[in-house]
Design a protein around this ligand. Structure first.
Ligand code: SAH
Ligand code: SF4
Ligand code: F3S
Length: 476
């Protein structure tokens, strides 16, 4: 096959395959790892069989998430062996939160892995790839099949300083503004895998938003493990909270929609709630994890708030933006959760009509206080509670989707639909919407009449005469 050349002078294009697990932060990190490796001649490929380098970007949040790594690595090992047999090399790298938590163990359990790189060290990838190549030469003939390069340093500051400009395509984009967590909920590994809370400087964030907008992004989602704990400074040394940051981003030409995730209830400041009232570009939809409806369990979880604070925040949000809708995360079967505690959670799910929700069985994570607590809940009780809760939550979601029928909603068409002649996009409430529409509408925010509301998605229709009713606010 003819050699493919890319922009890097005299260097053959190499193929990079990235498999991403976990949260949106990992999706953002994966695209940044691709940016970091591009100057070395690596181009993204969907096909693992042809990859010169494979990165698996991992998640440690629940036991199942971490297990996925080893089954995925088994596949990559086969690819590596097949390609080595044909005289080609494949570099295998493990990134993300399992890499941070279990770096040495990965090297032992999967000796064919070349690089283990934590979430705060991936800007070092070019150097790590070079070190892996050197180590391979030195180890030729030895027992180890991989190069064994480990990079799990911590400070987030140095990473953001050293990342190249974003290379982005498409109408929607993620933008990391805050990373790490100092809250130490007793069930959660994130403070250990992502490190201490860090906020990027405000001007750096605005500059990245401008680059994204110039590359076609119309909607940006600001990311952080505790995004509303954001406390940046600008070039003038002025403190900038998330509300102020959102106001500045709303002024960036081309950015029509702003979202942020994931928020903690105790960081929903009045300043941020005021941004919901004032900034039209800020979508009327918020993911606000609650975890449990029982004060006793919230205290054991070290969530730093009770139900009354959560409900007050919800009320303030609804006052600021009456068309606001919420989604949430729930954990059932946290150690010590009684039937009465669980009933409190159910009551909350019925009262605050969350229009989407993620619910999980508590998964004991090594090194977190929850794993050592008394009264661990038996697996079958967790399963039972999860099924009952999910029934209520999916009922809420389906009811909201049905209530959207016959309304007009502005939808950002950001991808092809499943069927020929269709495009798909997201409503203000992140509902997927399908519509028969010409490709020329791709990337536009189009007012669609909703004609069907399914459990997980909506169907929309373009206005018959090509004109759309003007809407001052999103559907109320
Ligand atoms: N920073 C966010 C949550 C990040 S983790 C927050 O503070 O809400 C995403 C979700 O995974 C959590 O909201 C929680 O519902 C779930 N989760 C985290 N650790 C878990 C565990 N050990 N077992 C089950 N679910 C867990
Ligand atoms: Fe985990 Fe709690 Fe931090 Fe969220 S706030 S990342 S759940 S420790
Ligand atoms: Fe998973 Fe790490 Fe995100 S543990 S949820 S990938 S911060």
């Amino acid at each position: 096959m003819a050699a493919v050349r890319n922009g890097v002078q005299g260097r053959l294009a190499k193929k990079l395959h990235i498999k991403t697990f976990g949260c949106q932060m990992n999706v953002y990190d994966s695209s940044r790892m691709a940016d970091v490796l591009a100057p070395l001649g690596y181009e993204l490929s969907d096909h693992v069989e042809e990859a010169d380098m494979v990165i698996v970007n991992t998640c440690h949040i629940r036991e199942k998430a971490a297990e996925k790594l080893y089954s995925e690595l088994g596949r990559y090992r086969q690819v590596k062996e097949a390609r080595t047999g044909g005289g080609e090399a494949t570099v295998i790298a493990v990134a993300g939160c399992v890499a941070q938590a279990e770096g040495a163990e990965i090297m032992n359990r999967a000796p064919f892995v070349d690089i283990v790189v934590g979430p705060q060290a991936y800007h070092q990838l070019p150097e790590l790839v070079a070190r892996a190549a050197r180590a391979k030469d030195e180890k030729k003939g030895g027992k180890r099949k991989g190069s064994g390069v480990l990079a799990i340093d911590f400070p987030a500051e140095s990473k953001f300083d050293q990342l190249p400009p974003v290379r982005h395509q498409g109408p929607t984009a993620f933008l990391s503004v805050q990373e790490g967590c100092d809250k130490f909920c007793t069930f959660c590994v994130v403070p250990y895998t992502r490190g201490a809370e860090y906020s990027r400087p405000a001007d750096e964030v605005v500059a990245e938003a401008r680059e994204l907008a110039a590359a076609g992004a119309r909607e940006i989602t600001l990311l952080g493990q505790n995004v509303n704990a954001y406390h940046g400074v600008d070039a003038g040394g002025k403190a900038v909270g998330l509300g102020e940051l959102i106001r500045r981003l709303a002024d960036v030409d081309g950015i029509s929609r702003i979202r942020y995730t994931t928020s903690h209830p105790i960081d929903m400041s009045d300043e941020l709630i005021a941004a919901h009232r004032d900034v039209d570009a800020l979508m009327p939809f918020l993911h606000l994890p609650v975890q449990s409806g029982s004060d006793r369990i919230l205290a054991r979880m070290n969530r730093h708030h009770d139900m009354s604070l959560y409900c007050r925040v919800v009320e303030k949000l609804m006052t600021a933006r009456p068309d606001m809708k919420l989604s949430s995360d729930f954990i059932v079967g946290f150690p010590g959760e009684t039937d009465a505690d669980f009933q409190a959670t159910l009551e909350l799910a019925r009262e605050v009509e969350f229009i989407q929700a993620f619910s999980f069985k508590y998964s004991a994570r090594l090194g977190t206080p929850g794993a050592l607590m008394d009264n661990q809940v038996p697996e079958d009780v967790k399963s039972e509670r999860l099924a009952v809760l999910q029934d209520v939550l999916t009922g809420n979601q389906a009811a909201f989707n049905r209530s959207c029928v016959d309304r007009v909603m502005p939808v950002l068409l950001d991808r092809k639909g499943r069927k020929q002649g269709q495009l798909a996009g997201r409503s203000p409430y992140l509902q997927p919407v399908h519509v028969d529409a010409p490709d020329s509408r791709f990337g536009q925010i189009v007012d669609l009449r909703i004609v069907a509301g399914h459990e997980n998605s909506l169907a929309g229709e373009l206005p018959a005469d090509g004109t759309a009713p003007s809407l001052e606010r999103v559907v109320a």
